[in-house]
Design a protein around this ligand. Structure first.
Ligand code: PHE
Length: 328
């Protein structure tokens, strides 16, 4: 019996040692430990043994079972490790393979323009003021010398929330808010949405972006205004850009001008501007005998069209990737 036990163990050890797959291991496990396996056979032989030997051999068979179990278990662990290593080596990342370049998002052309303008003016000592889209009639019109029945309201009369509250028709409201809150010298810009009754077409939209410029100090002149604007337009459209200044009318500036840029032999309307009307200064608590000011309002949408070669304003709002990608 002892000899048989040793034989089974030797067989199992040799067989299991050469095994490479789970399937083979399962077969071997059945062969040695299964219901009709080698161990079970030996167990059957136990019955025929005399009582005194039964205990000793029984003990040996128990040991054999433990050893066989251990052989199978160790092999199983070995195969697991092998499989894992194989998987790891196959899934290794080759960091030397060139990857497709990632495509990054860009700022919207109008946002890019705003950022550029803010940097431009802040570098020149202007303060950036943040204003709200919802304004009162007073800041949007009244304090800018546009009383209730003034015809200038007609062009802008727009989105009223109630009699006193309106979606601002221009960022000029920020002129008033700034002058009310601080005495000169003032150098400020403010940018954001403006809202008007305009129908949507290739060059108009009821929502558009403006940049407001305001300077109030002693001895501020129209020449300062024109010089500032000329420098700004050259920054935006190139050093060689020429400008044309035309007389215009705004109730809150006197005199008022409009400035065109000359691009490809054509005049392009860039902005409205003027010397802050003394009445406007006074209404905001600034002594117009001591101080003068100039102000300008620049439409950013048309400027973005010009800069990025867009012929229809609506294209700026269509999220066309090819257009957006032009912003660097
Ligand atoms: N607020 C004017 C507009 O929206 C532009 C402007 C601003 C004109 C400042 C003069 C001074 O048309």
């Amino acid at each position: 019996m002892e000899k048989q036990i040793k034989e089974v163990l030797d067989n199992a050890t040799a067989k299991i040692a050469s095994i490479k797959t789970k399937q083979e291991l399962m077969q071997a496990s059945t062969e040695f430990l299964g219901k009709n396996g080698a161990l079970a056979n030996l167990m059957k032989g136990l019955r025929e043994l005399p009582v005194e030997q039964k205990r000793v051999v029984g003990e040996q068979l128990n040991q054999l079972r433990d050893m066989l179990n251990k052989l199978v278990k160790d092999k199983d662990a070995e195969i697991e490790t092998m499989l894992l290593n194989e998987k790891l080596s196959q899934e290794k990342v080759d960091v030397t393979i060139p990857v497709k370049p990632m495509s990054y998002g860009t700022l919207h052309p109008i946002e890019a323009l705003k950022k550029d303008l803010i940097n431009y003016f802040v570098a020149r000592g202007f303060e950036l003021k943040d204003g709200g889209d919802i304004e009162t009639d007073y800041y949007c019109f009244e304090a800018l010398n546009v009383p209730k029945e003034h015809p200038a309201r007609e062009m802008q009369d727009t989105f009223y929330i109630d009699n006193e509250t309106v979606l601002r028709t221009h960022t000029s409201a920020m002129q008033v808010r700034t002058m009310e809150s601080q005495q000169p010298p003032i150098k400020m810009i403010s940018t954001g949405n403006a809202y008007r009754i305009d129908e949507v077409d290739a060059t108009h939209s009821p929502i558009f972006n403006q940049l407001e410029i305001l300077v109030v100090d002693k001895n501020v002149t129209l020449a300062d205004l024109i010089g500032t604007i000329e420098d700004l337009i050259k920054h935006l459209l190139g050093e060689k850009t020429e400008i044309r200044v035309r007389p215009s009318y705004f109730p809150f500036t006197e005199p008022s001008i409009e400035v065109d840029a000359v691009k490809d032999g054509q005049y392009i309307e860039m902005l409205g501007a003027g010397m802050v009307h003394p009445k406007v200064l006074e209404m905001s608590g600034i002594d117009s005998n001591i101080y003068k000011g100039f102000a300008a309002g620049l439409g950013l949408d048309r400027l973005a069209m010009l800069k990025y070669g867009v012929s229809d304003l609506r294209e700026l709002y269509e999220n066309d990737i090819n257009l957006l990608k032009q912003v660097k």
